[in-house]
Design a protein around this ligand. Structure first.
Ligand code: BT5
Length: 259
């Protein structure tokens, strides 16, 4: 495996951001970066603080699902204090930043699958989790959690092998995690700072979505739908055209492409 020992200093050194990643708290092993980030945020950590782990023992996805993040993967959480209006944009800009970074560092094209996956060649290479604490109109904090399969071989993880891939599995060689992380932090900040000045993040996220125009099955809570994924709304929800012609809005769920 590529010798890319991560340290706080190797990430912050000359990092071209104003605040995201200017403080990095690194752990060789952690249960979940989300837990530490939450604690840090509740204690008022400086905006842009990054919690990074080489390996998570209890990495988590949505709905308490497990996120496998062994050595070789990237697992980090970023603490932000956005205005409430920007909350729906966090998943959008994070997904775009991952796509841009994978292209820049690994030269691979990736695609966004609603709501929070990034795929390479149809398989999940990255999952994103946004957690926030909001009281009324005040966001106490928001945390962006990003897991990217970089240098782990998925053949060691047969449970997810059919649906998952890693950058090194795709390329047949290792990729510098340091480059991926540094690129990602710069890109997240760049996109975050564009939020007040327009809709570019939403539009690029919507237009790059692999799910759109496809016949899909959607599971949302206990309900299942089938239809054509027509668009994604400004608030991040999926607009699904059912066979009776009606259009429904799905705020959270899992999508399976029908073929
Ligand atoms: C996600 O959830 O995809 C969000 C994953 C977020 C992980 C990051 S890592 C840093 C931070 N700290 C954390 O503890 N979490 C965040 P979801 O859409 O619910 O997908 C979870 C599903 O993806 C699982 O049920 C598996 O099927 C699959 N899965 C688990 N590990 C995977 C992996 N390494 N690669 C691809 N798929 C995986």
């Amino acid at each position: 495996m590529l010798d890319d020992n991560l340290t706080s200093a190797s990430i912050t050194h000359n990092l071209e951001t104003h605040f995201i990643g200017q403080r990095v708290v690194y752990f060789p092993v952690l249960t979940s970066t989300m837990e530490v980030a939450k604690r840090e945020a509740q204690q008022g950590a400086v905006e842009g603080t990054v919690i990074l782990a080489d390996e998570q023992t209890m990495g988590r996805g949505r709905l308490r699902r497990v996120w496998l993040s062994p050595k070789g993967s990237v697992a980090l959480s970023i603490i932000l204090y956005p205005g409430v209006a920007y909350l729906p944009s966090l998943i959008m800009l994070s997904s775009l930043a991952v796509v841009h970074s994978i292209e820049a560092v690994a030269g691979l094209k990736s695609q966004i699958k609603w709501p929070n996956d990034v795929l390479v060649n149809g398989k999940k290479v990255c999952g994103i989790l946004i957690e926030s604490e909001v009281r009324g109109n005040i966001v106490n904090y928001a945390i962006i959690g990003i897991g990217i399969n970089v240098n782990q071989r998925l053949s060691h993880f047969p449970g997810i092998l059919p649906i998952a891939t890693s950058l090194c599995d795709e390329l047949g060689r290792d990729v510098s995690r340091l480059d991926v992380i540094r690129h990602l932090l710069v890109e997240i900040e760049r996109l975050y700072l564009t939020l007040p000045v327009g809709e570019a993040v939403y539009e690029e996220w919507r237009d790059g979505m692999v799910t759109l125009g496809k016949r899909v099955r959607v599971r949302s809570g206990k309900t299942r739908y089938e239809g054509v994924a027509e668009s994604v709304a400004r608030d991040g929800s999926l607009l699904l055209r059912l066979s009776d012609g009606s259009l429904i809005k799905i705020v959270a769920g899992d999508v399976t492409l029908n073929d």
